[in-house]
Design a protein around this ligand. Structure first.
Ligand code: ZN
Length: 143
């Protein structure tokens, strides 16, 4: 287990622009605020999205394109360092007109409306390192 302890820093509330990408938008909010470690959540609606599923056997992501308007029911993730720069990791649950949910690792999403809350965490940086067991870049550091 890898454990990091942090103090709460500033909180940024942002409305992202119509027609832009939500993953890039959250990145820009974090970058412009100088946040290198943090957590975030967002709600709103997307015009289309691509969510990924990580195949635990093949160690590959499979993207599922959702090419219809969806409610962004829940979107959350974290910010940590990979290869010296902040990287955001985003998961989302999306609902169609009937309320049926789909979701996964959010790779991209075109915004209809999106409200984001980003919490800066102060302390040591969380750094992602390659994990040979999962073939993912996970938080490293002292065991
Ligand atoms: Zn993920």
């Amino acid at each position: 287990m890898h454990v990091g302890r942090f103090e709460r820093g500033k909180v940024i509330m942002a409305r992202l622009d119509y027609g832009t990408d939500i993953v890039e938008g959250i990145c820009e909010v974090a970058r412009s605020a100088g946040i290198k470690t943090g957590v975030f959540s967002a709600i709103g609606a997307l015009q289309r999205a691509e969510v990924g599923y990580y195949d635990q056997e093949t160690h590959e992501y499979h993207g599922n394109v959702i090419d219809q308007p969806m409610e962004l029911v829940s979107c959350s993730g974290n910010i940590s360092i990979r290869d010296g720069t902040p990287l955001i990791h985003v998961h989302a649950a999306l609902a169609d007109r009937d309320g049926t949910l789909v979701g996964g690792h959010l790779q991209s999403g075109t915004i209809f409306a999106a409200e984001v809350c980003v919490q800066d965490l102060e302390g040591d940086f969380l750094v992602r390192e390659h994990d040979p067991t999962t073939d993912l870049f996970l938080w490293g550091g002292p065991d």
